[in-house]
Each structure stands twice: as structure tokens, then as C-alpha cells.
Write a new protein. Structure first.
Ligand code: BES
Ligand code: MN
Ligand code: ZN
Length: 497
């Protein structure tokens, strides 16, 4: 899809469709008013007659509105004006997109970007409209032999801004929105792919291809024997149970100056999590293909950052492996030595994410990072604690935690902080090794965070548990692309402060 911005009057648009908002009850937005005046009350008449109330998400498609130059006018219900915020705005845009796409307008001029959204400026509104549009049109149908394609799909959407001065802001916002959407799209594609295809080798090939196609990006892939040699006993204990070889995948982007320390993103890339010998129950086990959602997200954020040419040095690493039961798999009771030298008693082979992550977190010390953020579908407990609304955030550095909380509020891809106090560390005590890989019944998300914190003492670090946010179950089953918007926003903010 192509996006533009312009600044003009609704009645002057020579377009297949002009989109304007209607608030509850039957209250035209400013641009709707304008259309109403030139059409000599055509719209207000319809509203008075009861054709539309203005409830959030309502639609009314009109043809040949008097004295206008466009083929159609699409009225979108925006709900109560004083409740109109981030969520309603996104919903209204999404509704406009699906309606336009289904009703034959191949291009349209959208005036919804002029609506007042509490505390949001033009940059925010245009960027989020682009993201919402791209999100709405996303489909993963690579493996369907027949797809129901739209006959006259929406191809070009123009957002109107109030003043000509805002055109440059709008154009920049479109670029930003497209970059983030591209990253989120990449994350969704990778996570939606079936586990027999998206295995560690596939992820490594994707990273290599990305480096070849993008200047300033370098890729490095370490294979299992190299990880073994290096002493990544925790990582390799997970990988060994599978016939599919593990990979440590690294992408580097030098957008900043040579002396600038890098931001490092670490993704959990378990391409399928059967639980290993501590086998998971069968129900919904297919969803464990998304256990590389952290890897998909850091890849997506990396793509977005490179697209935006952000002036930072960014390193993305993916700990990719499959967690399978076999004669070579770890047993509960096994003790392994991590790259850091600390020993771990594996009491549950299903707590594998922290095992591949801990060695990767030690590995990235070599980059002398400014910041390290790991992203992982780490615990089912996080879904119990925070549901699908917020990702779990844990950090050893308050300013970093605040930056992530703020970035989340700004982009709508939110996180909520959980404590990783020393009191919780006790739950990880083992009679036989330096620590156990599980922390018992209570606070499962926190004890997983505490486990990781033992490997991140040398730098400022945050951990995002995305078990609840990376995908959704049910009818719309699939990857969400979260937290690509959050990570992108965080990186943008860093560059602007
Ligand atoms: N990948 C899972 C976490 C998960 C579960 C994500 C459900 C999304 C949905 C992780 O590897 C795991 O199995 N964690 C265990 C940890 C437990 C054994 C301490 C869990 O959450 O049950
Ligand atoms: Mn597991
Ligand atoms: Zn897992």
C-alpha cells in the first residue's frame, strides 16, 4: 500500500472515497461539517433521519453526495468525542481500511487523521494510522492453495493534515509507520511459519539474506559445535535433544559513531517447545511454534531500525534451538555448566528458554553494551499475571525500565514492571548446583527474570516476557508482531533524546 499526506478541503477531493468521522450522537466532525455545508445539509439530513448514530466502528457509505468531487463519502462512527483516545483512533482507522478494501475504493482521502486524539500530535496520528492500516491488511496465506483475494483492493491512502506546515511531519511519520509496520510484519511472518520450516537454520538464513540486502548490516552465525567448544553448556543441553541443529545468530548494524556503545537485543528462538523430557500436554501444543516470538520480535525491531536508518549501533542476537525429547535430551536432575561458569541443575526441561538465554546473555558481554534487552516467550505464568494486554518487564536499571514503560505508553504496545528483588532469588536455590532452573510454585515470571539477572550483572539490562502478547489464540490465532512497536519506539526515543 502507498501512503501520502496532503492538506486540503474534503469537498475538493477528486477521489474514489473521502473518509470523515461522526461522533456520538449524530455529531459530524469538523471536516464532516464542511462537507455538510457544501452539500446543503445532505449529511446532517441523513443523520437526523437516523441512518447513523456515530457509535464507535459504525460505517455508512454514501454515493454521489451533492457538490463534492469524490465518488463516495465514507462516514465512520467515532463514539463519544470526549472518550476519543488512542484505542478508538486505531479502531476507527482499522474500520475505515477494511470498509474501503471491501467496497471497491482503490484509493481514498482520509480526514480521520485530523481528529483530535487526546495528547497526540500529527506525527503520532499519521504514524499510527499507517501502522493500523498495514496491520489490518496483514494476511498469512502462504500455505493456502486458494486465497480469497479482494477484487478491487485499497492501493493508495492519503491522510489529510490541517496545515501545509504539517506536511513534512506527516511524510516523516509515514516513513516511520511503514518501517515499524515492516518490522512487525517480518516478526509475524517468522512466528506464523510452521516449525518444520522456521527452524534455527531457517532463521539463520533469513538473517544472512537480510545482511546481504542491506548495506551496513553484518551477519554472523555460530553453529552448535562452536557453542559447545565455547562452553555454552546450558544452551547446548537444550539443543542436544533435537536432531535440528541449534544456531546463535547475530546481526550488527552500525548506524552510530564508532565510539558509541551498542544496544543489544537478545531473542529467545525456541522454534518449537515440546517441553523436552518434561513433555507438555498435547492440547494446543502447536502454539509452541511461537516460542521463537522473542527472536521474531528482535529481528523485526532490527529491520525497523535499519529501515529508519537510526543513528545507533544495534546488535541483534537470536538463541535458536528446538526443545525436543529424545535419548540425547536433558533429564530432570542433570547439572550443566553455563558459559559464565555458574552451574545449573535442570529440574524441569520445559524451563528451556532461560537456559539458551543465559549463555547468550553472557556471550554479549563481549560487545560492551550500553543496554541489553532480552525478549522471550518465557513463562506461562506471565499470561496469568498480565494477560494479553501487557508484556512483563523486569530490569536491573531503573532509568531503562522507565524508558521502556514510557515507550510503551507512547506507541500503545505496553509493558508492566515486575520486581526482581533478592527475596525471590532464594526460590532458585539448589542442593546440588549453583542454582536450579525453576523457582517453584509462586511468582513464576519473576523467578525466571531472577534467573536471567544472575547472568546480566555486567551491564544495564531489561527482560521482556512476551508469552501473553506475542500471539493470540482462538479464531484469529496468530502472531501479533508485538513488541516490535515498543522496541522501535524505544530506539527512536533514544535517538531523539
Ligand atoms: N515457552 C514456555 C512458556 C509459555 C507457555 C509461553 C505458554 C507461552 C504460552 C516456556 O518454555 C515454559 O515452558 N515455561 C514453563 C516454565 C516452568 C517449567 C517453570 C511454564 O511456563 O510452564
Ligand atoms: Mn518450555
Ligand atoms: Zn519455551
Amino acid at each position: 500500500m502507498e501512503f501520502n499526506v496532503k492538506s486540503g478541503n474534503p469537498e475538493k477531493q477528486r477521489s474514489a472515497c473521502v473518509v470523515v468521522g461522526v461522533f456520538e450522537s449524530r455529531k459530524l466532525s469538523a471536516m464532516g461539517e464542511q462537507l455538510d455545508q457544501v452539500s446543503e445539509g445532505y449529511l446532517s439530513n441523513l443523520l437526523r433521519r437516523g441512518d447513523m448514530e456515530g457509535k464507535l466502528g459504525q460505517v455508512l457509505l454514501l454515493h454521489n453526495v451533492p457538490n463534492t468531487l469524490s465518488d463516495r463519502v465514507l462516514l465512520i462512527g467515532c463514539g463519544k468525542e470526549r472518550d476519543f483516545g488512542d484505542k478508538s483512533y486505531t479502531k476507527v482507522i482499522a474500520k475505515a481500511i477494511t470498509t474501503l478494501n471491501d467496497t471497491g475504493s482503490m484509493e481514498a482521502v482520509c480526514f480521520l487523521s485530523e481528529l483530535n486524539v487526546k495528547g497526540r500530535d500529527t506525527r503520532w496520528k499519521v504514524r499510527h494510522a499507517v501502522e493500523a492500516a498495514q496491520d489490518t491488511l496483514y494476511a498469512f496465506d502462504e500455505f493456502k492453495s486458494k486465497t480469497d483475494s479482494t477484487r478491487r483492493p485499497l492501493r493508495r491512502l492519503t491522510f489529510n493534515v490541517t496545515t501545509r506546515k504539517e506536511l513534512t511531519i506527516g511524510e516523516k511519520a509515514i516513513e516511520e509507520g511503514l518501517s515499524i509496520a515492516k518490522g512487525a510484519h517480518k516478526a509475524r511472518d517468522l512466528a506464523n511459519l510452521p516449525p518444520n520450516i522456521a527452524n534455527p537454520t531457517y532463521l539463520a538464513e533469513e538473517a544472512k539474506t537480510f545482511a546481504v540486502n542491506n548495506e551496513g548490516v553484518d551477519c554472523e552465525v555460530l553453529d552448535e559445535s562452536e557453542l559447545e567448544e565455547m562452553g555454552m553448556g546450558a544452551f547446548c543441553s537444550v539443543a542436544r535433544g533435537s536432531d535440528t541443529p541449534a544456531k546463535l545468530i547475530i546481526l550488527k548494524y552500525n548506524g552510530g559513531s564508532a565510539e558509541q556503545k551498542p544496544v543489544v537485543l537478545v531473542g529467545k528462538g525456541i522454534t518449537f517447545d515440546s517441553g523436552g523430557i518434561s513433555l507438555k500436554p498435547g492440547e494446543r501444543m502447536d502454539e509452541m511454534k511461537y516460542d521463537m516470538g522473542g527472536a521474531a520480535a528482535v529481528f523485526g525491531a532490527f529491520v525497523a531500525a535499519v529501515e529508519m536508518k537510526l543513528p545507533i549501533n544495534l546488535i541483534m542476537t537470536i538463541a535458536a534451538a528446538e526443545n525436543m525429547p529424545s535419548g540425547k535430551a536433558s533429564r530432570p536432575g542433570d547439572i550443566v555448566t553455563s558459559l559464565s561458569g555458574q552451574t545449573i541443575e535442570i529440574l524441569n526441561t520445559d524451563a528451556e528458554g532461560r537456559l539458551v538465554l543465559c549463555d547468550t546473555l553472557t556471550y554479549v558481554e563481549r560487545y560492551e553494551p550500553e543496554i541489553v534487552i532480552d525478549v522471550a516467550t518465557l513463562t506461562g505464568a506471565c499470561i496469568i499475571a498480565l494477560g494479553n494486554q501487557a508484556s512483563g518487564l523486569m530490569s536491573n536499571h531503573n532509568p531503562l525500565a522507565h524508558d521502556l514503560l514510557n515507550a510503551g505508553e507512547l506507541c500503545g504496545d505496553r509493558v508492566w514492571r515486575l520486581p526482581i528483588w533478592d527475596e525471590y532469588q532464594e526460590q532458585l536455590e539448589s542442593n546440588f548446583a549453583d542454582m536450579a532452573n525453576i523457582g517453584g510454585k509462586g511468582a513464576g515470571t519473576i523467578t525466571a527474570g531472577c534467573f536471567l539477572s544472575r547472568f546480566t550483572k555486567k551491564y544495564h539490562w531489561a527482560h521482556l516476557d512476551i508469552a501473553g502478547t506475542a500471539w493470540q489464540s482462538g479464531k484469529a490465532k496468530g502472531a501479533t508482531g508485538r513488541p516490535v512497536p515498543l522496541l522501535s519506539q524505544y530506539l527512536i526515543n533514544r535517538c531523539e533524546s
